[in-house]
Design a protein around this ligand. Structure first.
Ligand SMILES: Cc1cc2nc3c(=O)[nH]c(=O)nc-3n(C[C@H](O)[C@H](O)[C@H](O)COP(=O)(O)OP(=O)(O)OC[C@H]3O[C@@H](n4cnc5c(N)ncnc54)[C@H](O)[C@@H]3O)c2cc1C
Ligand SMILES: *[C@@H]1O[C@H](CO)[C@@H](O)[C@H](O)[C@H]1NC(C)=O
Ligand SMILES: *[C@@H]1O[C@H](CO)[C@@H](O)[C@H](O)[C@H]1NC(C)=O
Ligand SMILES: *[C@@H]1O[C@H](CO)[C@@H](O)[C@H](O)[C@H]1NC(C)=O
Ligand SMILES: *[C@@H]1O[C@H](CO)[C@@H](O)[C@H](O)[C@H]1NC(C)=O
Ligand SMILES: *[C@@H]1O[C@H](CO)[C@@H](O)[C@H](O)[C@H]1NC(C)=O
Ligand SMILES: *[C@@H]1O[C@H](CO)[C@@H](O)[C@H](O)[C@H]1NC(C)=O
Ligand SMILES: *[C@@H]1O[C@H](CO)[C@@H](O)[C@H](O)[C@H]1NC(C)=O
Ligand SMILES: *[C@@H]1O[C@H](CO)[C@@H](O)[C@H](O)[C@H]1NC(C)=O
Ligand SMILES: *[C@@H]1O[C@H](CO)[C@@H](O)[C@H](O)[C@H]1NC(C)=O
Ligand SMILES: *[C@@H]1O[C@H](CO)[C@@H](O)[C@H](O)[C@H]1NC(C)=O
Length: 587
């Protein structure tokens, strides 16, 4: 059943539901056929407007199942084997509309039983997951448009405006809060917006001739790893995230975008100089420091599709950078892990002041520094080197000639895994915690207490040394808590493919309960929109700060008075009872 914004005339509703109740026994997504009925002709019109790129979604894993929505379906042994072999490969998932990096968002988690089509991530060949099991579309949007231009987005907005059919926006499918799927929605898939170009003297539209930037423009669908390779090919560095397939100018940018180079070079929202977007009122706009400044501010951290569908964005570059990499790991025994986290807590402020950024996950630390030479880098890290060496661990400190060389050597093998059902929660930890002996002690003991639940994922990726430009050129809408934070701390939890509703609820509750200690330690701080708790309390203040939120809400009202582009805990959120979130569990 489709999710519609308001009651439709019965006749229209009838034909609409008929249209959207396709015969799911077909394993192949077929474009919509022309149909005589009145609303069907609206769909046919939409399909024609978008060059026949209106598609029917089929569950990603369907090839392994012989029952689809209670009907017999043809499983394909060859296609199933391919899927099983690549189930947790981000480069494979990213090419499939119905695949999400955290597969629980493919399912309708609020349903009592399993309402989706998942394999067992820990063993994709486990036949118990698919033999005789019913494969369902779950939370995957039943229809999607593969967006090639602003005109496609405009056609979809106009269609939603007249029919009431709700929209969702998917790019590379990494969202932690299910913001890029949605049962009963028509999805805009921006994955194929893959243009990329370089301009050493990029002038934002409407700016005077003396405002230029050395910049790279990427379509919303360009993968982070492709941006890194392209920047390297033109002898520049682009500052970006710690993963191959994250959408550089999509969700990553819109929510803030941290990098391990952010301590020196800022967040993605600090570095973007222009965004081209179709706003929910259907107008294709260019936002930058010289025009549509309110929109530019909102897009720089407002999060998700709330202010429009991004077609492309332009980002400042840096010259090629030699980077010191510190890569440490060891096998912990006894109290090693708690002692190790304590050491990193005690050094956190000194390290970020020296220009380090990086990740710590359990007994593994991978940090980079673009400011120091190798000798100084080793000296800065000496206490950690001593600790790890005493445990016969690995302590590499080496210079890599470029970001790309570092990325290829260290990130691809250490990046967060995908294809597993997982949920995260975040807290930005402010500097005051790291300067006061009593709060340092509290933080150390809180981390030690949380270890039996999960190893905190420490992201030293806050813009600590970075000074935003004054005025509209530097105005971002992420919570100001980012600017004073030393760490962005993540906790995450895993699910089983066949968890019951009660088990899913329990896991979300446990995660929220464990991050609560960090909220209590720094109640004045905030949380990262893109990696926040699905159930983040007081999310308006946590993600944006009260002052930014007020401004963001005004921009939302201006461009999207009818809520054509809403999403979970986004700006202008009307609450969890909105049908758009029918598959989110209400805790
Ligand atoms: C493995 C992994 C590693 C990560 N590493 C980092 C990291 O190093 N740094 C960091 O900051 N974050 C990181 N993240 C978080 C990441 O930034 C977010 O998940 C982000 O939303 C991903 O964007 P996407 O376009 O790939 O995902 P999607 O799920 O496709 O989209 C995310 C959100 O953005 C919206 N959206 C997407 N494209 C558009 C568009 N063109 N116009 C309007 N709205 C759009 C969607 O509607 C959705 O609300 C990581 C996530 C994962 C899963
Ligand atoms: C399954 O495949 C057979 C043979 O190719 C075909 O005749 C049949 O229609 C298919 N069934 C479904 C439900 O797709
Ligand atoms: C899937 O994995 C197999 C085995 O690793 C590999 O040969 C195949 O190319 C992969 N398929 C795709 C589409 O990536
Ligand atoms: C991508 O680039 C091509 C060639 O320059 C251009 O024709 C096309 O309009 C661009 N696409 C988008 C979505 O900007
Ligand atoms: C939606 O409909 C209203 C009223 O007809 C119109 O003013 C508005 O421009 C439409 N918006 C879009 C995106 O088509
Ligand atoms: C840029 O040019 C404008 C007029 O074209 C001028 O007013 C302004 O002072 C210049 N700014 C700088 C930084 O040179
Ligand atoms: C690349 O950039 C560096 C630093 O900016 C410069 O020294 C070098 O000459 C450039 N190399 C090429 C091939 O352009
Ligand atoms: C490394 O940097 C330090 C501090 O800036 C400096 O004193 C030292 O001479 C440098 N060493 C080398 C080998 O360049
Ligand atoms: C480290 O290795 C040395 C030499 O093999 C050994 O004597 C020592 O016990 C080891 N220490 C630890 C903590 O494993
Ligand atoms: C240190 O933190 C404690 C507990 O929050 C607080 O009471 C104390 O005033 C702080 N001391 C300083 C010097 O800031
Ligand atoms: C989930 O599936 C596994 C086998 O894959 C089974 O052992 C377990 O009992 C199932 N859990 C539930 C809640 O059905």
């Amino acid at each position: 059943m489709l999710v519609v914004r308001r009651a439709l005339p019965p006749v229209l509703l009838f034909s609409l539901l008929g249209f959207f109740n396709p015969d799911r026994t077909s394993a192949v997504a077929e474009p919509l056929n022309n149909d005589a009925s009145s609303l069907s002709s609206a769909f046919a019109h939409l399909n024609a407007m978008v060059g026949g790129r209106l598609n029917l979604a089929v569950p990603f894993e369907q090839a392994c199942f012989s029952v689809l929505d209670g009907q017999h379906a043809n499983a394909s042994a060859a296609a199933c084997a391919d899927l099983q072999a690549n189930y947790t490969d981000p480069l494979y998932r990213v090419t499939h509309f119905s695949a999400y990096m955290f597969p629980q968002w493919e399912t309708c988690q609020s349903s009592l039983g399993t309402d989706g089509c998942l394999l067992d991530s820990t063993n994709p060949s486990n036949p118990l997951a698919f033999e005789g099991m019913d494969c369902r579309l779950g939370n995957v949007p039943p229809y999607y448009i593969t967006v090639r231009s602003a005109a496609d987005v405009q056609a979809a907005l106009a269609f939603s405006n007249t029919t009431g059919v709700r929209l969702s926006v998917k790019n590379k499918g990494h969202d932690f809060s299910g913001r890029s799927s949605g049962r009963g929605t028509l999805a805009l898939w921006t994955t194929e917006l893959r243009n990329i170009s370089y301009n050493a003297e990029f002038r934002p539209e409407g700016c005077s001739a003396n405002t230029t930037y050395d910049a790279i423009t990427t379509g919303a669908g360009v993968l982070a790893q492709d941006v890194y390779a392209f920047a390297d090919s033109v002898n520049r560095t682009i500052i970006g995230g710690y993963h191959q397939t994250v959408g550089f100018s999509g969700g990553y940018l819109l929510g803030g975008g941290h990098s391990i180079l952010s301590p020196v070079y800022g967040l993605a929202v600090d570095r973007v100089v222009e965004i081209k977007v179709v706003t929910p009122d259907g107008v294709f706009r260019t936002a930058n420091e010289c025009q549509n400044q309110d929109l530019f501010f909102a897009l720089r951290g407002g999060g998700g599709p709330a202010f429009g569908v991004v077609i492309e964005a332009t980002h400042r570059t840096e010259p090629q950078l030699a980077i010191q990499a510190a890569v440490f790991s060891f096998n912990p025994t006894g109290t090693d892990l708690a002692d190790w986290y304590s050491l990193t807590i005690d050094n956190a402020l000194a390290w970020v002041n020296d220009g380090w950024g990086g990740h710590i996950m359990g007994p593994t630390l991978i940090y980079v520094n673009p400011l120091l030479n190798t000798t100084a880098a080793r000296a800065s890290m000496q206490s950690a080197i001593d600790f790890v060496s005493a445990r016969n661990g690995t302590t590499i400190v080496e210079e890599l000639p470029t970001w790309l060389a570092f990325f290829e050597k260290y990130v691809i093998t250490a990046e967060a895994t995908v294809g597993y059902e997982r949920s995260a929660s975040s807290r930005l930890l402010p500097s005051r915690l790291f300067t006061n002996a009593s709060t340092l002690a509290q933080l150390r003991s809180l981390v030690a207490d949380v270890l039996p639940f999960a190893n905190p994922y420490i992201i030293a990726g806050t813009p600590w040394l970075y000074e935003p430009a004054p005025g509209a050129a530097g105005a971002t809408s992420v919570t100001p808590a980012w600017r004073d934070a030393v760490w962005h701390l993540l906790l995450s939890t895993s699910f089983e493919y066949n968890d019951t509703l009660a088990e899913r609820e329990g896991r979300y509750r446990a995660l929220s309960a464990h991050i609560q200690g960090f909220r209590d330690l720094a109640p004045e701080s905030g949380s990262y929109f893109n990696e926040g708790d699905v159930y983040e309390p007081d999310h308006e203040v946590a993600y944006w700060g009260a002052e930014n939120y007020e401004k963001l809400l005004a921009v939302k009202r201006k461009y999207d008075p009818d809520h054509l582009l809403d999403c979970w805990r986004c700006v202008g959120w009307k609450g969890e009872d909105d049908d758009l979130y029918q598959c989110h569990i209400k805790l």
